[in-house]
Design a protein around this ligand. Sequence first.
Ligand code: FES
Length: 89
Amino acid sequence: MPSGKTIDADCGEYLIDVVENAGVPVQQHCGNVAVCGWCRMVVLQGAEHLSAPERPELLLMERELFTPNERASCQAQVLGDVIVTTPYW
Ligand code: FES
């Protein structure tokens, strides 16, 4: 959102890759290693269909003050239907 694009993803694919492969730009600065936090996305629906955050992402979320509905798209793997947005789309 707000593009309204529906993008097919393989189960386990990283959220950032799914979005970028569809031609939607995603900010990132650390090469997808859970350091910068620039790739954060707001999960509007389907948070339960993303992989659980692991230690590197949990540390990033705490350090960068993620809100409870934000995930690092370079760390979250898509397991089912999700709806996401960013402030810059
Ligand atoms: S790209 Fe840097 S934390 Fe995701």
